[in-house]
Write a protein that binds this ligand. Sequence first.
Ligand SMILES: NC(=O)c1ccc[n+]([C@@H]2O[C@H](COP(=O)([O-])OP(=O)(O)OC[C@H]3O[C@@H](n4cnc5c(N)ncnc54)[C@H](OP(=O)(O)O)[C@@H]3O)[C@@H](O)[C@H]2O)c1
Length: 263
Amino acid sequence: MTTTKSSRALVTGASSGIGAVYADRLAKRGYNLTLVARDVGRLEAAAEAIAASHDVEVETLAADLGSLSDIADVVAHLRGDESITLLVNCAGVSPHGTTAISAADELDQLIAINVNALHALSIAAAQVFGVRGAGGIINVGSVTSLMPEQFNPSYVASKAFVLALTQSLAAEYAATNIRFQAVLPGLTRTALFERSGVDISTLPAHMMMEAGDLVDAALRGYDLGETVTIPSLEDETLWGNQEAARMALAPYLSLARPASRYA
Ligand SMILES: NC(=O)c1ccc[n+]([C@@H]2O[C@H](COP(=O)([O-])OP(=O)(O)OC[C@H]3O[C@@H](n4cnc5c(N)ncnc54)[C@H](OP(=O)(O)O)[C@@H]3O)[C@@H](O)[C@H]2O)c1
């Protein structure tokens, strides 16, 4: 990851947790920052803390990414600021429980934030970076996309979207200098749990990563050129095997005749 003095990163969900750490680490790497979230007070506090410890310019953009008009505003900002060379889509929410007890509007909001906003910003960034010939897009997904049986269906489906979108964009732009990375955190110590009504102390400590360790590992994965980064995965051949198994299906996924067992 190289930056010039005028490079800027737009980070969504930058007011707390993983996004706030991304903002700090990218400032350390010399990026000017555009921080996006809803809570103006927390955004301003994050911006002041970063500006106090790093010699970079930090601006805030308050937006509710659950709102179509606010998504459009952030997309317009991204398209209009030629200094933005890196997009980090980190804003996200987790539901308060199972499907049976979830309110429909809560799940609609989850899809708006985790899927619609991330999609609109990723596509806009790919298009403008494509014209300029360079740029980077980091999308924060979740390991739950690989374990759909173990978490809330709407959340895992939203994170499966993040993974598929990022892998597909990476393939489409493979011949360019535009970089795409899906980061798949496992349990990470942030306010996400409290916000979704989960007592973090009830979760297994050996599965809980600190947000700083997570982001440092993910940025190292970005530097290594990974399209998919699973920060806790020691044996990377396991991911390679899973991708190889997926690719082995390819010759059989679309054929003129149904398989014999369906005759
Ligand atoms: N923590 C984990 O264990 C874990 C595991 C896997 C994946 N993730 C993913 O990591 C990402 C960051 O989550 P986190 O753990 O850092 O949680 P967090 O501390 O709750 O941070 C979430 C961020 O998203 C922003 N956000 C939420 N709703 C928004 C909205 N409607 N519009 C704009 N911004 C909004 C929040 O800011 P405002 O409230 O100010 O808007 C905040 O900055 C999420 O995508 C999450 O799914 C987390």
